[in-house]
Design a protein around this ligand. Structure first.
Ligand code: C2E
Ligand code: MG
Ligand code: MG
Length: 747
């Protein structure tokens, strides 16, 4: 054969040898007497394709020109098939063995028949062995039995379940011993990279081990060899002397190692040549080499199963998206690491990419996946020995890392954040990738809990920062856990509390600074409190966020609104001046499709007049749901309900929003009035905002006012109303009703 491009001299030498010594049937070696022969015929048409007889034996009369004739014509001199023809009984798995006495020759024969694939055809193979004479019959029988015994033992070894490597090692020993060979080895070409694995057995343990023909055959060579060995061919080299003339390199190599003869049997897994069973220096049972073929099939079955299992295991522990091991694997690995390092402090991280849903929605899943891979690479590169990480699901990752103090936790986190921000595709779009992470610290052995519990805690810590801006991490504390447990408890109790009327209103006066006559109504904000039966009064800061997250806020907001309307109706008779209540509405409540309808129904049920109730929306609603928000306030206006923009200055509304929305009240958040480094600048901003609101025809309320100084300044700047502790805290209705408005307005 010609050397292929890129093929080495050694590869070519081996290919040539395989091809030169390839034999279709090692059964041919079983011929011992002149009577023995084998033939191949067509199982349907009886056409004879091939006859083989022992070397040196004269060809019987009539056999020379068998091509194109039938087996019964040539071998039996009949003009129709033999009545005892076995064709219909045969299969490819095993021999059909029978005995036949030939009346013409007066001899006894053992006949072994089976089907096999040969040069692209399914054919019948019959081996005819003369067993006339006791000695001969015994020899054939014994050889056959012995080889069957070896084959059975080998199959048993594979079936024993001791692992493929152990079984194969046992098999090499068994066949090596059976053939009295110098060496038996199995060269296994693993399929990803053709990296050869070799199992050895040698008859003389003190001899030097023989080298495999070629450690890593190229894929091209493997293909060529597969073609040579197809159809169950083996390559049998009677005498390595035969290589001397045309294969000097291989000759020298084998001879140097003392190899005098060799038999190579292929192991196919499907179409792929997966390995070779190699026997060197065979000194017994040449006739039984044919059992190596079925043996190779059993081995191939085992290797095939192992490969499938390996692939499944790889898939089981592999994350398609990141290309790294998955969470299942991480669980095991983390347990191993912790067990192996009982005294080492570790940190368990839970990381979440912020706005990942947004990234997927806006940039597409491809970009999203690339980000996940990029992020996984960053973590993988950052990892040290004895650390591990995996993606849990979606954009959540976890990592087990050594803990070397808070400084290291901090620098590790921000180091990763910095590198994360360099992801080109996001940077190109001016999108900054951010991280929300939680850490559970195992500073001492007592901190070690089950992995689930520790993940849970890291997750809890992560949740505490996930709604804050920028990249952040939080370290788990028992306080967090207490908070989560309390949240869960509140969530469980809320429905019942609503039913029992435990949610009550406190009213905080909004005092007019620019008195426009006593006909102006008094304003107050209704603020909810949870009055527990056991006496505790819970402030909205403790539960509003939770109820916004779990959706219960919708029910609570409607309840509060109804309570406010009822109070307005009931209080009318007791007041000298009209009252207007401002009620808070969450974003989720406002987004309900029946929002307007439901609120108007309640308002009408209590006979609330125009100007008696006002709804407060936070600034962010105006930006995030601009169109919807605009429709809603217009609709509320038509229904006589005023709208206030709450917490103005804390969100991100643009002046444009103010320009286009017919909001009646602007509530300056109390942050405006918090102590500042340069109060003059703060007041400059406030005065501008007040001026702007005045020009846009909006009323203004300054929130969180605590000093007379502030009141005076605000009055000077034309702020219309003030809501703050300087006048009153939010009060229970009875206390609110005795609030002295006139006194307050004079302040
Ligand atoms: P908000 O709507 O901005 O209400 C004003 C908050 O500022 C009230 O806190 C009030 O007690 C507080 N405050 C008023 N004056 C001062 C002051 O001079 N100094 C200080 N430090 N604080 C002052 P509160 O009652 O704890 O309510 C907190 C938040 O809970 C409210 O902020 C509002 O966003 C929310 N909230 C209250 N009730 C409801 C409700 O029924 N529904 C919804 N969705 N949210 C509500
Ligand atoms: Mg409010
Ligand atoms: Mg506010």
């Amino acid at each position: 054969m010609d050397r292929l491009p890129g093929q080495t001299e050694a590869e070519k030498g081996i290919t040539d040898m395989f091809s030169k010594y390839a034999v279709d049937f090692t059964e041919e070696f079983t011929f011992e007497t002149e009577q023995d022969f084998l033939y191949i015929s067509d199982p349907n048409t009886y056409e004879l394709y091939y006859i083989s007889i022992a070397e040196g034996r004269p060809i019987p009369a009539g056999w020379q020109n068998y091509q194109g004739k039938t087996c019964y014509e040539v071998l039996q001199q009949r003009d129709s098939p033999c009545p005892f023809c076995t064709n219909r009984l045969l299969n490819a798995e095993q021999y059909y063995v029978w005995e036949h006495y030939n009346k013409i020759t007066g001899r006894n024969y053992i006949l072994k028949d089976k089907l096999l694939d040969w040069h692209g055809k399914r054919v019948r193979l019959e081996i005819v062995m003369d067993i006339t004479g006791e000695e001969r019959a015994k020899a054939v029988l014994l050889g056959s039995l012995e080889s069957q015994g070896v084959l059975m033992n080998c199959v048993e070894a594979l079936a024993a379940g001791t692992g493929t490597a152990t079984a194969l090692q046992g098999i090499l020993r068994m066949i090596g011993t059976f053939y009295h060979a110098g060496w038996a080895y199995l060269h296994y070409f693993t399929h990803q990279d053709a990296q050869g694995a070799v199992l050895h057995w040698q008859g003389d343990p003190s001899a030097a081990p023989v080298q495999p023909l070629l450690k890593d055959p190229s894929p091209r060579a493997l293909e060529q060899w597969a073609a040579i060995f197809s159809d169950n061919r083996q390559s049998v080299l009677w005498d390595t002397e035969g290589l001397r003339a045309d294969n000097p390199l291989l000759y020298a190599c084998l001879r140097r190692q003392g190899v005098r003869n060799a038999c190579f049997t292929p192991i196919f897994v499907g179409e792929r040549l997966a390995g070779l069973v190699c026997l060197y220096n065979i000194t017994a049972h040449w006739k039984e080499l044919s059992i190596l073929n079925p043996l190779a099939k059993y081995i191939s079955g085992q290797i095939g199963r192992d490969e499938v299992e390996q692939r499944n295991r790889r898939l089981m522990y592999y994350d398609e998206v990141t290309g790294y091991q998955n969470f299942e694997w991480y669980r095991r690995r983390a347990a191993e690491i912790l067990a192996a390092n009982p005294d080492t402090p570790y940190a368990l991280w839970y990381c979440d990419l912020k706005n990942f849903k947004y990234i997927n929605d806006v940039f597409g899943y491809d970009v999203g996946n690339r980000i996940l891979r990029y992020w996984a690479n960053l973590i993988a590169d950052d990892l040290d020995e004895g650390e591990a990480f995996a993606r849990i699901s979606a954009d959540n990752f976890t990592a087990l890392r050594r803990y070397r103090g808070m400084g290291q936790v901090e620098s590790m986190f921000f180091g990763l954040v910095e590198r994360l921000a360099t992801f080109q595709e996001a940077a190109d779009r001016r999108f900054r990738l951010e991280l929300a992470s939680g850490v559970y610290l195992m500073r001492q052995p007592a901190d070690r809990l089950s992995l689930d519990e520790m993940m849970n805690r890291a997750n809890m810590a992560q949740k505490s920062v996930k709604n804050k801006s920028g990249s952040r991490y939080a370290v788990y504390s028992d306080g967090m856990r207490a908070r989560v447990l309390r949240d869960m408890q509140m969530q469980g109790e809320m429905q019942e509390a609503l039913r029992r009327g435990e949610f009550i209103l406190h009213l905080q006066p909004q005092v007019a600074l620019t008195v426009e006559g006593y006909q102006a109504p008094d304003y107050a904000e209704a603020l909810v409190r949870w009055q527990k039966r056991e006496g505790a009064l819970i402030m909205p800061g403790e539960f509003i966020g939770l109820f916004e997250r779990n959706g219960m806020i919708v029910e609570l907001d409607r309840y509060v609104f109804e309570q406010a309307c009822r109070y307005l109706r009931d209080v009318r008779g007791r007041r000298s001046r009209p009252l207007c209540l401002a009620v808070n509405v969450s974003r989720i409540s406002m987004l309900q499709p029946d929002f307007i309808e439901a609120y108007c129904r309640v308002k009408d049920r209590y006979g609330i007049r125009p100007g008696e109730v006002e709804l407060e929306f936070t600034e962010n609603i105006a930006v995030e749901n601009y169109e919807q928000f605009r429709d809603i306030i217009l609709s509320l206006h038509r229904n006589g309900v005023g709208c206030a923009m709450d917490d103005f200055g804390t969100g991100q509304s643009s002046l444009n929003v103010l320009k286009n929305l017919p909001i009646s009240v602007l509530k300056l958040d109390r942050q405006f009035f918090a102590p500042a480094d340069d109060p003059a600048r703060g007041w400059a901003v406030i005065s501008c905002v007040l001026e702007l609101a005045r020009k846009l025809g909006m009323n203004t309320v300054a929130e969180g006012i605590e000093s007379t100084e502030q009141v005076r300044t605000l009055r000077g700047m034309g702020c219309k109303y003030v809501q703050g502790f300087i006048f009153s805290k939010p009060l229970p209705p009875e206390a609110f009703e005795s609030f002295d408005w006139l006194q307050a307005e004079k302040l």
